[in-house]
Design a protein around this ligand. Structure first.
Ligand SMILES: Cc1cc2nc3c(=O)[nH]c(=O)nc-3n(C[C@H](O)[C@H](O)[C@H](O)COP(=O)(O)OP(=O)(O)OC[C@H]3O[C@@H](n4cnc5c(N)ncnc54)[C@H](O)[C@@H]3O)c2cc1C
Length: 470
């Protein structure tokens, strides 16, 4: 599909709608919006538009639809599947000025927000009222809540609290032709017609632009304990995940980090006080967090966990009660992606399997890596069976990177799907995983999904080139 190249008369129109400061063609700024955090991919938009209200987005989309100009919505650009990259040029519709929390409803435990609010800022704002929005991608300090909704993001706390889809009650969206639609309700129950809200959640900016979000909140748990558990065997660390959950304790986070992941993040943070030594014998760590309102109860749960895994590790378990100590450990976990990226370009594969399959998945990933000659660093949300596999370019030629690695990824995905899992748990399909979609869906399912896209966006102007194989 080809789109109209943006001309002066189009820029004049955008200037009239948004004002000159918010129509950007400066090459440095275009470069900024040409990429997200995915590998080293870069496709330039022709213009960046920075709306600050729904009515502006409505006018922009109506014009672009009429004139066959493609539009790629953009949150904070922290995506790991290339979703916000303007693959076909056109408009990068940047949501950073849509950054207002509209209302925190303390009576009904809800927040209504614009999409350009940084997730952590939203969490802090509701926490001040004693409320909790628990979905916390490791990127929460920089990603936007709108990007989270568009990706159906998860994060460490999904094991107990679920992902974004479990909190979205309703949306305001603008369709590709500029029509404004409200979906869902402000109630916890809704059995009225088709569930368009949850069709938009995770649709990666391909069906509509999200302009307002209503989220459910819960009471903020007052206490947390964080356990750092070392293992001398990766396999035992992954086996421990199910052992813990079978004890009837649902941790608020259950994260796996293989040795190399922790080592790199620790070295990355060496300048700060966060550095920790990882002894040679330690192959992997689990971070296990429990939360609630009573410290004694949490220590009891920690005791249950320690006993349950005693046959899998004899190493000392550190238990952090102070927020400062917990923040330090979380920082080590949250910066792994950045730390790995500093050393090498990498492809991130966001595998997920039923939890009990996790030990087999890790073994299979390492075996496939050996077969195709690539190194992997694995970590992730083990409590959800969600393993992030970072495939490193270091040591590979360009040819091996482009020809051999995709064969390995295909085999990993085939294994994952055979085991009842899927090829993206929380990072979306975007640009980089679309060629693997036929591993997951039949032709009939793909055609059904494409016809839904066609109803929402008949001219295909919204985020073209994403999700579906060419
Ligand atoms: C260090 C690091 C750690 C991460 N950890 C996690 C993690 O733990 N869990 C997790 O799930 N993800 C994680 N991510 C991935 C990423 O942060 C999430 O996918 C996040 O939700 C993207 O938000 P964003 O605002 O950056 O969106 P962008 O990257 O800008 O966009 C993502 C997608 O959403 C679409 N989009 C954005 N805003 C809108 C809108 N208003 N309307 C319609 N479509 C829109 C875009 O078109 C694109 O397809 C991590 C990323 C990094 C770099």
């Amino acid at each position: 599909m080809s789109f109209k190249v943006i001309e002066k008369k189009d820029l004049d129109f955008f200037n009239k709608i948004l004002g000159g400061n918010f129509v950007v063609t400066d090459p440095e700024m275009l470069k900024e919006n040409s990429h997200d955090e995915t590998e080293d991919l870069s496709f330039f938009p022709e213009v960046i538009l920075l709306p600050h209200k729904t009515a502006e987005i409505q006018k922009v989309l109506s014009y672009c639809n009429e004139n066959n100009i493609c539009v790629t919505p953009r949150g904070a650009g922290t995506g790991l599947s290339g979703g916000a990259i303007p693959f076909k040029g056109g408009v990068s519709l940047d949501m950073k000025r849509m950054n207002r929390i509209i209302n925190i409803d303390e009576e009904n435990f809800q927040v209504i927000t614009q999409p350009g609010v940084i997730t952590e800022e939203l969490q802090n704002a509701v926490e001040e009222k004693g409320l909790f929005y628990p979905v916390d991608p490791a990127s929460r300090g920089s990603c936007f809540i709108g990007g989270n909704v568009a990706e159906n993001s998860g994060g460490p706390r999904a094991v107990k609290y679920g992902t974004v889809k479990d909190y979205v009650l309703g949306l305001e969206i603008v369709l590709s032709d500029g029509k404004i639609i409200r979906t869902g309700t402000r109630t916890l129950k809704d059995a009225t017609g088709y569930d368009i809200t949850h069709l938009i959640v995770g649709s990666e900016g391909t069906l509509a632009v999200i302009t307002e979000i209503t989220l459910k909140l819960i009471p903020f748990p007052k206490k947390r304990l964080l356990m750092s558990i070392p293992f001398t065997s990766e396999e035992n660390a992954t086996k421990a995940v199910n052992v813990i959950l079978k004890m009837g304790v649902i941790p608020s986070a259950l994260e796996f980090m293989e040795r190399e992941a922790l080592k790199r993040s620790s070295e990355f943070l060496k300048e700060s006080s966060v550095y920790i030594e990882v002894p040679e014998r330690i192959e992997a760590h689990l971070l296990v967090e429990v939360d609630g309102n009573d410290t004694d109860d949490l220590y009891n749960e920690a005791e249950v966990i320690t006993e349950a895994i005693s046959s899998l590790t004899e190493e000392d378990i550190a238990v952090a009660e102070l927020k400062q100590e917990q923040d330090k450990l979380w920082k080590l976990r949250r910066v792994i992606g950045e730390a790995v990226k500093m050393g090498s370009i990498y492809k991130e594969v966001d595998t997920v399997v039923p939890r009990s399959i996790l030990p087999a998945l890790l073994l299979m990933v390492k075996k496939i890596g050996e077969k195709y000659g690539f190194k992997t660093i694995c970590y992730g949300h083990a409590g959800d069976g969600n393993l992030h596999v970072n495939i490193l370019k270091e040591g590979l030629t360009d040819l091996e990177w482009s020809a051999e690695v995709p064969k390995g990824i295909k085999e990993i995905f085939q294994f994952v799907v055979e085991m009842g899992g899927t090829i993206s748990a929380e990072h979306g399909i975007g640009l980089v995983q679309k060629k693997y979609i036929p591993i997951v869906f039949s032709t009939e399912t793909i055609n059904l999904m494409k016809s839904i896209k066609n109803i929402f966006d008949p001219k295909g102007i919204l985020n073209p080139g994403k999700i579906w194989p060419d």
